[in-house]
Each structure stands twice: as structure tokens, then as C-alpha cells.
Design a protein around this ligand. Structure first.
Ligand SMILES: Cc1ncc(COP(=O)(O)O)c(C=O)c1O
Ligand SMILES: [Zn+2]
Length: 407
């Protein structure tokens, strides 16, 4: 039986399988690492990421057939962008290379293992985007009846990206913000575990990103890791991962963790900058960073607490800077990520210029959380220049465009 802990209330002996929240205070619950008398080790020779880091995961049994090969994503050095910014070691952890093209698969993979072991014949999630597609795909893989609760008016790309796996897609009329809590109570009554953004097992899956970065850098921690921030699940999972490495004596220093929000909807940055222990509801302005625009982040207070305890940072960037960063990553390094993922580069530019980014020679890692092809509708066609040439003038036209060869 797994044990759980709440940052505010301490450890709990049991948990309601259908709720990720502490029954006493409503804050997120985390899995307490089970004692492992023989110690923990990383099995680098194993093919599946879940197997490689099994000693750090709460999986008594692991069914490889439920996996879609999530994780093991590349850490790509951004030499050109790094030089331009005066950052020696700038890297991208490209989570777009997960099975459904976002980091969510790491969390879904662990949560589905748990749901299957629990004997749940059904699973569910509340999402309009990446988590919907990920949960629907893993539900299909495991042969589970899958329920995806969407906001009415979700983009066709979002609907189709999840709908193709044939879950029950339910567009909910009414206050979508209240659906998260409603899903937990309804899920308990109907026997549908809702694996939403801060599900404790989902967070266990996100730890693997930290472990992989550690291995890919040659068994050390980077100076800083920068992630887009919405509910807080991803950031909290990453921090748990680095805390595991620290506890095992594998890293000596904890990296500076930087969470990035979209300026028009940045309740956590606002609370962080004001020194508040809890976030406050805001009237969010319009932003095209849909995947990270969350005016009521369920993991927000835990994020504020851990970021402060661990000397991390929260920062906000404008939509304009986000789209510029997305274009720079694509044209400068060949990496096409969702605009929300590019907030990481936009924040690094800002923080480095302000001298707030930790630079100790260990490198900066941007976690590119999702694939740009998912959000083609957000691209501005004006950013794509088209040259028009007649066939007869093609050679002359191309010759004019050729850059002189570097000698
Ligand atoms: C592309 C992308 N990046 C980042 C996030 C933020 O993750 P979290 O809600 O775990 O903070 C999301 C959430 O859906 C996302 O879709
Ligand atoms: Zn509590």
C-alpha cells in the first residue's frame, strides 16, 4: 500500500483512490517513497523508461504491454541560441517526442499502470488539450473505457487529437473551472478514477524527466531547469525527481527550478512576487497560451512553497515574446514546439538579461513540453515568408537568395 503526504499536514496512511487532494486541507498529495532496503539504482540497460527507473516508482508490478514507449526523449544542445544569449550550455529536453507528442504521457503511463492494478475498468480526465489526447491514447492501449471531459468550444484540433482514440468525449456546459472538483466526486460514485493534472501517480511519472536529464548530462544536475507552468503538476513532479536524486546522494546541488506562466494569466507569479504563501483568484486577461492559462491552479500553493524552499523562481512572459521564442527555436535550432513550451526560452532571455538565472557552468535546460504541430492554428501566417518566382526566372531567383559559402 502506498503512503501519501501533504506538504501542509504531513503523512497519511491511506488515501481515497479517487481524489488527489488532502482530505484535511485540499492541497495536493504526493507519494511517499517506499523504503528500499537494498537501495535504489538506475537500470540503464533496460529499454522502457518505466523499467529503467522502476526503483524510484510506486509500481509493485509493471505491465510493459500498457506502455507506448514514453520517455527517453532527447536532450538537445542549443548551440546557436546559447551563443546568441551568452549561455554556454543551453539545452532542450524535447518532450514532443513522447507517443502523443507531449510530456503528459509520462504521467499517464504511471497512472494507467496504477488504475489497471487497482482493477479499474475505466479512467477519466478533465482536459481540453494534451492530457485529453494522452489519457485517451493510454486508455485505448489498456482497453479501458475512457471519459474525457472537455470545455464546450474546444478547438477542432483538440477534439480530434483525443477523439481519434474513441474515448467518451463529453463537452461540459456550465462552469468548466468547477469540473475538476466535480469529476472527483462523480468519479468516486461511478468508479471512474479521474487522473487529472495533479494526480499523485501522474507526478511520479514526471519525475523521470529529472532522472533522464541527470543521466544525459553525465550524472549531474544542471544549474537551472525551466518549465511552463499551469496546474503545477509537471513542475512538482520534476522537483520530486531531483529531490529523489538528492536523497540518494546522486546530485550534490539542487537545480534552480523556474516555472513560467503567461503574463495575462499568471496567478502564481503574482503571488510569488508579492511574497504571498497562497495564490489568489485573478481576472485573467486574454492569452493565446491556452495550455498554460489556468486562473485556479490546484497545485499552486505547493508550487509556491517548494519554489521558495528550494530557491527557485517563477516568471511571466508576454504572448508576443512567447511566439518570438517559438519561431527562434524552430528557425534557429530546428525544434518546433507549442508556443506554451517556448515560454521557457522567452523567460530565459528575460532572466539571463536581469542576472536572475543561475549560471554555474552546469547548463540550463528548457523543457519543451509539447509538439508545435498540435497548435498550427495558433501560428501567424505572416511569420512565414513566401517568395514567388516564375519557372523561367527560378535559377536567377535562387542564386540571388543563396548566401555566400562560409570559407
Ligand atoms: C504544452 C504544455 N506545457 C505545459 C503545461 C503545464 O503543465 P501543468 O498543468 O502540469 O503545470 C501543459 C498543461 O497542460 C501543457 O499542455
Ligand atoms: Zn493537508
Amino acid at each position: 500500500m502506498d503512503r501519501f503526504e501533504c506538504l501542509a499536514c504531513g503523512q497519511l496512511d491511506t488515501r481515497d483512490f479517487y481524489s488527489p487532494l488532502c482530505p484535511a486541507c485540499g492541497e495536493p498529495l504526493f507519494v511517499v517513497p517506499a523504503p528500499r532496503p537494498g537501495g535504489r539504482r538506475i537500470r540503464e540497460e533496460r529499454a522502457l523508461a518505466l523499467e529503467r527507473f522502476a526503483d524510484f516508482l510506486p509500481l509493485e508490478r509493471l505491465d510493459p504491454a500498457l506502455s507506448l514507449g514514453e520517455g527517453s526523449t532527447p536532450l538537445v544542445r542549443l548551440g546557436r541560441l546559447g551563443r546568441r544569449l551568452g549561455l554556454d550550455g543551453l539545452f532542450a529536453k524535447n518532450e514532443a517526442q513522447n507517443p502523443t507528442a507531449s510530456f503528459k504521457d509520462r504521467g499517464t503511463a504511471v497512472a494507467v499502470q496504477k488504475a489497471a492494478a487497482f482493477g479499474a475498468g475505466r479512467i477519466g480526465t478533465v482536459s481540453t488539450g494534451n492530457m485529453a489526447a494522452s489519457t485517451a491514447a493510454y486508455g485505448a492501449r489498456a482497453g479501458l473505457q475512457t471519459f474525457v471531459l472537455l470545455k464546450e468550444g474546444t478547438s477542432p484540433a483538440g477534439l480530434l487529437g483525443a477523439g481519434v482514440y474513441k474515448p467518451h468525449l463529453v463537452a461540459v456546459r456550465g462552469d468548466y473551472g468547477a469540473v475538476f472538483e466535480a469529476s472527483l466526486a462523480i468519479g468516486r460514485r461511478l468508479g471512474i478514477p479521474f487522473m487529472n493534472s495533479i494526480d499523485p501517480y501522474r507526478l511520479e511519472g514526471y519525475k523521470l524527466t529529472a532522472f533522464e536529464i541527470f543521466l544525459q548530462l553525465g550524472r549531474r544536475a544542471p544549474d537551472a531547469v525551466v518549465v511552463p507552468l499551469s496546474s503545477g503538476g509537471h513542475l512538482l513532479g520534476l522537483m520530486r525527481g531531483f529531490a529523489d536524486l538528492e536523497r540518494e546522494g546522486l546530485i550534490a546541488t539542487f537545480p534552480q527550478i523556474v516555472g513560467v506562466q503567461a503574463e495575462p494569466c499568471s496567478p502564481l507569479v503574482r503571488a510569488f512576487e508579492r511574497g504571498l504563501p497562497r495564490w489568489e483568484r485573478i481576472d485573467a486577461g486574454p492569452t493565446r497560451a491556452h495550455a498554460i492559462a489556468n486562473p485556479a491552479p490546484p497545485g499552486g500553493n505547493a508550487v509556491l512553497r517548494l519554489i521558495r524552499e528550494r530557491d527557485g523562481l517563477l516568471a511571466a512572459v508576454s504572448d508576443e515574446d512567447m511566439f518570438e521564442a517559438q519561431a527562434e527555436l524552430a528557425a534557429g535550432e530546428g525544434l518546433f514546439c507549442q508556443p506554451e513550451s517556448a515560454t521557457t526560452l522567452a523567460a530565459v532571455k528575460k532572466l539571463a538579461a536581469a542576472g536572475r538565472l543561475r549560471l554555474g557552468g552546469g547548463g540550463t535546460v528548457l523543457v519543451l513540453t509539447g509538439q508545435g504541430l498540435k497548435t498550427m492554428h495558433l501560428l501567424d501566417p505572416a511569420r512565414v515568408a513566401i517568395q514567388r518566382l516564375d519557372l523561367g526566372g527560378l535559377e536567377e531567383g535562387l542564386a540571388r537568395l543563396c548566401r555566400p559559402r562560409a570559407s
